[in-house]
Write a protein that binds this ligand. Structure first.
Ligand code: DGL
Length: 270
């Protein structure tokens, strides 16, 4: 009964941590495509090919359902995978929709027409590829009207986090928030639209100030996955053993993951 969790690297661990806390009886198989991170500077075809390959690895590890715990993959590849690639009996879910449902005060899976919502000015922090895709704005337009979204592509931030260079990461957060505020001085809400960014949540909160509500995905994805599995209990695959897989160097990736999760994590080759 395993569920797969995929990210280009370590960011998806923020989602894994929340879903494992919410659903302690389900074994999760995590796959980080660290050999090819970051995805945020790649073109959509490249992200699509890498995401399909990684998802197939998780299917081969007895997962029937895979969560793309990566906004870049969710933005560039998810719809295309669902429309033309997905093998019979397998499912892939992204991380955008639960976030947007929370922002627009909807119940999970509420597909009623778009309506006015309380929040009017939203800052989106994401990778260059996610910002370029405009997938967030597209999904938001299905659910809400009159919301102004200002997007900031946070170049360099994923690299700094993957390298464990938290001083550089903090400086980059500060400068990306300043750049955003030059375009939108008073956002009411900020979306951390990359699963790596919750690892810098304190730095974002400090730079944004106390009046901005910061939304990050991990707990929202965990809640919506719990709801999905209640409605589709058959979607849990045959696998029984939790595992951490990487396409990168398992020793290096295990050390970083242990630092981020503050517990011992051992990756093995995918
Ligand atoms: N953590 C990923 C995301 O949510 C990908 C970051 C990257 O590889 O650039 O977008």
């Amino acid at each position: 009964m395993a569920v797969g969790i995929f990210d280009s690297g370590l960011g998806g661990l923020t989602v894994l941590d929340a879903v494992a806390r919410r659903l302690p009886d389900i074994p999760f198989v995590y796959l980080g495509d660290n050999a090819h991170a970051p995805y945020g500077v790649r073109d959509p075809d490249d992200v699509y090919d890498l995401t399909c390959a990684a998802t197939q690895t998780l299917f081969d590890n007895d997962c029937d359902l895979v969560i793309l715990a990566c906004n870049t993959a969710s933005a560039a590849a998810l719809r295309r995978m669902q429309e033309g690639w997905l093998p019979e009996g397998k499912r892939v879910l992204g991380v955008f929709v639960p976030l947007i449902e929370a922002l627009t005060e909807r119940r999970w899976g509420d597909n009623s027409p778009p309506r006015e919502v309380a929040v009017k000015n939203v800052a989106l922090f994401a990778t260059p590829a996610t910002v370029r895709s405009r997938a967030f704005q597209r999904e938001l337009a299905f659910r809400a009207i009159g919301v102004d979204v200002e997007a900031q592509a946070c170049g360099g931030l994923v690299d700094a986090i993957e390298d464990g260079d938290m001083i550089l990461a903090e400086a980059l957060v500060q400068s990306h928030v300043e750049a955003l505020k030059r375009k939108m001085p008073f956002p009411e809400a900020a979306i951390l639209g990359c699963t790596h960014y919750p690892l810098m949540a304190d730095a974002f909160a400090r730079a944004l100030g106390p009046d901005v509500q910061v939304y990050s995905q991990a707990d929202l994805v965990a809640e919506s996955l719990a709801d999905y599995l209640t409605r589709h209990p058959g979607r849990i695959g045959a696998g029984r053993a939790p595992a951490f897989l990487t396409t990168g160097d398992p020793v290096r990736v295990s050390a970083r993951a242990t630092q981020f999760l503050r517990r011992s994590v051992t990756f093995r080759p995918a």
